[in-house]
Design a protein around this ligand. Structure first.
Ligand code: PLP
Length: 433
């Protein structure tokens, strides 16, 4: 198998164009598997993930943070497929969960991972806390006084000590989309630092709470690493103050949020992660903390594509549309956040380009993947790959318009395994009367 020229590779090591025998076209592969073959076998729309990419991202994190004691707690919300969780647990990582359901997924994927689970989120219920306590998770990230009181009551009833961190809101602007920015005073997340101090004093008086750490998460898709540094400098100062007050702070949970490059090939993830590691660890120097990291998108985002087939070409008053068989129910990021996803033909070769919208069949104007995009000309029946769809893709899927969720395939070298079959009409209606 011959790889195409470097300029034509896309998202190595997962997705690259490969010369297709004697044909003039290049064919997009996931690792060693042609995407055309997967589409023919499993249909479209189809999520395809590269195991090699996920592994290389995990290795890059381990390498970048090797100088400090740390645990990577992959953020399950980014992609919660059991097969992916199994793989990540197998690599020795822990998990960040935000619901009892996510915790159950982790337990199903690998029961032994429970001791490396952090539980985040503003609205944990008593039932979810109970499940987490019985499972023996590592840390609860608490976001309000009411939640602290609830955890104290549940832990007391079960006679199980709960390790807690208060998630502080450092009032730092994450310079990202407003819907995924979380660290400003107007957001529902975290507790302002002065209030958090009171909560620590309150927690320390509860017999079944163990004050163990401080947590912070300022948002998602953050590419300016200076923002992390600013937030952690505020947190470091707060930790010093808490220790002076006698609290035994051992953990700093720095959250997730490292962004990826959706436009054009990523320059060098290794370089980016090195800058991120420096921004996170520098303010914590000398504090002798165990660092917890909750990356989601940066682990799985570039590891997935959404494969879709062009159903029709259409022109309205000279405006061109490619109507594809994937829709906003499969990948909602463009509709929800005006997110940009690069779209490429699976068989590359057309020299001619056109300006077109790429839209789905759902009856909403907001059902689009690209607007006024310059793309190589493709025909009805051709395949397109929507890149960087591994994070916040399938997990945000729905059945809107009674569309079954897409099937998902995990590729590892030359092997391709269906990790979620396509949802049928029967699957969708099973719970209805
Ligand atoms: N941790 C928490 C508490 C979050 O809310 C999120 C997502 O916003 C993450 C981690 C993962 O963020 P990302 O996927 O941007 O790394």
């Amino acid at each position: 198998m011959k790889r195409a020229r470097a300029s034509q590779t896309l998202r190595p090591p997962g997705f690259s164009y490969v010369e297709a025998g004697s044909a003039p076209a290049l064919q997009l592969h996931c690792e060693a598997v042609p995407l055309e073959r997967l589409a023919a076998r499993h249909g479209t729309p189809l999520y395809v993930y590269s195991a090699a990419t996920i592994r290389s991202r995990l290795r890059a994190f381990a390498q970048a943070f090797r100088a400090v004691p740390h645990t990577l707690c992959y953020s399950v919300k980014a992609n919660s497929a059991l097969a992916i969780l199994r793989m990540i647990a197998g690599a020795g990582a822990g998990f960040d969960v935000v619901s009892g359901g996510e915790l159950q997924r982790v337990l199903r994927a690998n029961r032994k991972a429970a001791g490396k689970v952090v539980f985040s989120g503003v609205g944990k219920t008593a039932e979810e806390m109970e499940l987490a306590l019985r499972s023996g998770i590592l840390l609860f990230n608490i976001e309000s006084e009411s939640e602290l009181n609830m955890l104290s009551a549940v832990a007391g009833r079960l006679k199980k000590r709960a390790a807690v961190a208060i998630r502080v809101n450092p009032d730092v602007s994450a310079k990202t989309h407003p819907y995924i920015s979380t660290g400003l005073h107007q957001h529902k997340f975290g507790v302002p630092i002065p209030e958090a101090q009171t909560l620590y004093a309150l927690a320390a008086r509860q017999p079944y709470l163990d004050v163990a750490g401080v947590s912070v998460h300022i948002g998602s898709q953050i590419t300016d690493v200076g923002t992390f540094q600013e937030a952690l400098a505020r947190v470091a100062e707060f930790i010093r103050r808490l220790r002076r007050e006698g609290h035994d702070i051992r953990y700093i949970d720095a959250g997730g949020g490292l962004g990826i490059s959706y436009e054009g090939a990523e320059q060098s993830f290794e370089k980016q992660i090195a800058a991120y590691a420096k921004a996170v660890t520098q303010p914590l120097r000398g504090l002798k903390l165990h660092l917890l990291l909750e990356p989601g998108r940066s682990i799985v985002g570039a590891a997935g594509v959404l494969l879709t087939r062009v159903i029709y070409r259409k022109t309205n008053y000279r405006k061109r549309f490619l109507i594809v068989d994937a829709a906003m129910n499969d990948l909602i990021r463009p509709s929800l956040y005006s997110a940009y996803h690069e779209i490429v033909p699976v068989r590359s070769g057309a020299a001619e380009t056109e300006i077109t919208d790429v839209v789905g069949p759902i009856c909403e104007t907001g059902d689009f993947f690209a607007r006024e995009r310059k793309l190589p000309v493709v025909r009805e029946g051709d395949l397109l790959a929507i890149l960087d769809a591994g994070a916040y893709g399938s997990v945000l899927g729905s059945n809107y318009n009674t569309r079954g969720r897409a099937a998902e395939v995990l590729v590892d070298g030359a092997r391709a395994k269906v990790i979620r079959r396509r949802e049928s009409f029967e699957d969708q209606t099973r719970m209805e009367g």
